[in-house]
Design a binder for this molecule. Structure first.
Ligand code: 0X9
Ligand code: ZN
Length: 295
């Protein structure tokens, strides 16, 4: 199997980031957007063509949730593949391969099923905040919890965590160019979009009904992806990055739930990486085509 068909430790991913940057000095730049609770660097890669005058950009983050290993694998896969597409003629790509490095490291070293980050709470012995409940979008209403010992702990206040704060700060300062936000998770094979923090429909709901993306996956890979607003497709879950980015003004905002539908769940075998990433890749490339060009 190739490098991209295996899961990689956090150290390996940091090495990969550095090597990718060095091997592609004209097109790849590493941007330090912040650091984690345990002071690990958060590097986003910027992919852009030489002297590109692109005003448009997309953002992808992977691995908000530590145990969802297929997500960082997708980010690496995307960077490897996008070099040979023409997507970069039209937009720059910002890609954060591991948004929750402390949690990811913990799943390799100690507990494979860890979800949250690793921040220590003042009020409890329990560790970790669910970074996808920590954004300022109906923060900590129904579908999140103030109890630090739960898996959906929202944190002490919105953006209390350095990881969510780093992403939010970066997007706030790039909101004029970023028109598409993608967040990669697993599992259950879904393409979700706002809102998850309320049952209300997004104003451009019909534009976000990406039937073609799901059909593409079905045709090419005979694999079923469900799509729809988060709150109506899975559950109410406030404080998520996708809803927050949407409210910031990034009107094309999606959360991918990658393979599978539960047979292996978070423990998707390495032999499935290539199919899982390829189907999500063609779907995400298709979605970029739907972004209006006149913005
Ligand atoms: O609950 C989540 O955060 C995501 N599912 S997961 O199994 N990967 O944990 C779904 C996120 C959907 N979007 C929002 N809740 N905003
Ligand atoms: Zn997740």
């Amino acid at each position: 199997s190739t490098f991209y068909e295996r899961y990689h430790s956090l150290d390996d991913i940091y090495h990969w980031i550095n090597k990718t940057r060095q091997d592609n000095p004209d097109t790849v730049e590493a941007i330090l957007i912040g650091s984690s609770y345990e002071k690990r660097p958060l590097y986003a890669l910027k992919l852009s063509l030489n002297n590109s005058m692109n005003k448009k950009a997309m953002w992808i983050d992977c691995g908000i949730h530590a145990r969802e290993w297929i997500a960082p694998a997708f980010c690496l896969w995307f960077v490897q593949y996008v070099k040979i597409t023409d997507i970069m003629d039209n937009m720059d790509v910002y890609i954060l391969p591991v948004m929750n490095p402390d949690g990811y490291h913990y799943t390799w070293a100690t507990n494979r099923m860890w979800r949250k980050n690793r921040s220590v709470s003042k009020s409890s012995k329990c560790i970790g905040v669910d970074l996808n409940r920590n954004f300022d979008a109906n923060w900590c209403t129904e579908g999140a919890s103030h109890e630090p010992c739960t898996e959906i702990y929202c944190g002490a206040f919105p953006e209390s965590e350095p990881e969510s704060q780093a992403v939010a700060n970066f997007l706030r300062s790039h909101k004029d160019s970023v028109q598409l936000y993608l967040s990669m998770h697993s599992y259950s094979q879904m393409l979700l979009f706002p809102y998850s923090c309320t049952l209300d429909e997004a104003e451009n709901h019909n534009d976000l009904m990406v039937q073609e993306a799901a059909q593409l996956i079905r045709r090419h890979y005979r694999n079923i992806y469900k799509y729809g607003s988060g709150s109506k497709t899975i559950y109410l879950a406030p404080g998520g990055s996708d809803d927050w980015a949407y409210n910031l003004g990034i009107k094309y905002s999606f959360t991918f739930e990658l393979q599978d539908r539960g047979r292996y769940g978070f423990l998707l075998p390495p032999s499935h990486i290539s199919r899982a990433c390829n189907e999500a890749l063609i779907a995400s490339i298709l979605i970029t085509i739907y972004i209006p060009h006149d913005l």
